[in-house]
Design a protein around this ligand. Sequence first.
Ligand SMILES: C[S@@+](CC[C@H](N)C(=O)[O-])C[C@H]1O[C@@H](n2cnc3c(N)ncnc32)[C@H](O)[C@@H]1O
Length: 145
Amino acid sequence: MHMRIIAVGRIRERFWQDAASYYLRRLSPYTRLDVVEVREEDPIKEGRGILAHLCGGVTVALDEHGESMSSQELALWLQNRIVEGCGSINWIIGGPEGLSQDVLNRSDLQLSLSKMTFPYQMARILLLEQLYRAFKIIKNEPYHR
Ligand SMILES: C[S@@+](CC[C@H](N)C(=O)[O-])C[C@H]1O[C@@H](n2cnc3c(N)ncnc32)[C@H](O)[C@@H]1O
């Protein structure tokens, strides 16, 4: 399974960079994951940049108005994609203005992490942690409860 996070904007602060590296390292035994950063501009142009980097497979747009899932439900969703033989999953994170309608329309799933709005850098870390948690659940390996 290959995963690609396509995110608008760079991770600027050192503490977010450290957190991202921490989870990327922990995810490496479970999946091939690359991160593509798209330049921050207006959401329509950002959207074109995002869509140009889709790597096929299934596309998930992170949006606070999207579908909520528990960590167990996300793990089951991911496991179902693996069982179906889905080769790759794109995870899209917007910038300060959010995602364009083109990107939302192109997505197979719009996923909410919470009803609250998070800064995009934090949303990236939350996604990485939940993906790591999902693999631990799928593999039935111990992790924090
Ligand atoms: C600062 S938020 C954008 C807020 C923008 N006003 C909007 O309506 O989408 C930046 C990005 O982080 C992600 N994000 C922030 N909070 C989220 C949440 N609760 N659930 C899912 N994604 C979230 C989304 O991808 C969003 O496009």
